[in-house]
Design a binder for this molecule. Sequence first.
Ligand SMILES: [Zn+2]
Length: 256
Amino acid sequence: MSVSVFPIKAFNDNYIWCLHNKTQCSVVDPGDAAPVLAYCQDNQLTLSAIIITHHHWDHTGGIDALLAAFPNIPVYGPQNKNIKQITVRLSQGDDIELALLGVKFSILEVPGHTLDHIAYYGDIGLFCGDTLFSAGCGRLFEGTPQQMFASLSKLTALPADTAVYCTHEYTMANIAFAEAVEPNNQALIDYKRWVNQQRAENTPTLPSNIQRELDVNPFLRCHSAELVANVSQNMGAMLASEQEIFASLRSWKDNF
Ligand SMILES: [Zn+2]
């Protein structure tokens, strides 16, 4: 019984990842119920679980309407009491199994974008919400640069071929910034060509994988000499540690 992962589009640039077999499905971060209900109906799928990475409305706004249509299904999510619909609250090191799909996940706490942010890792891939994007990372709404740097380090320690399911199609805009920071990165130049083709055909650039992100994502490349030189020049100061470089890179991107 094989499981597929389908990107249900929502809002301008969100993907609600739908894990499904022929009859059952689970969705990750359903900010909007309508496209999920339509997808379930079109494909005759029964929603059997909801998975939440963090509290932002564009990841949680559809929960109530989905529970109205599919009552009493489990809602997995972080230790954040403000997300009232969560039935299984998860912490670092917890393991869950979506029994009807035969999918297992280990939980990683990845504070930074928000303090409650968790990620789900298993054989099927990494569902990392708004922590890691292709060629970028989430804004620091609640956490510190140090927290985000540590969280991203947890993700890059995963196997290189791990599929990375991010929640937003931000890749093209992220590449524009990555180019400014590391213009001579050949892997980035090659990736941009592929991304432009994908987007011209309105095809998602996701999932990515850990190795690709290590090759092109400036937020994972604070060791690159070219990147360090450009960030230091932008700051008008020599930056010593990778954490300092990461913090400066993040604030540069916020104003890019
Ligand atoms: Zn968010």
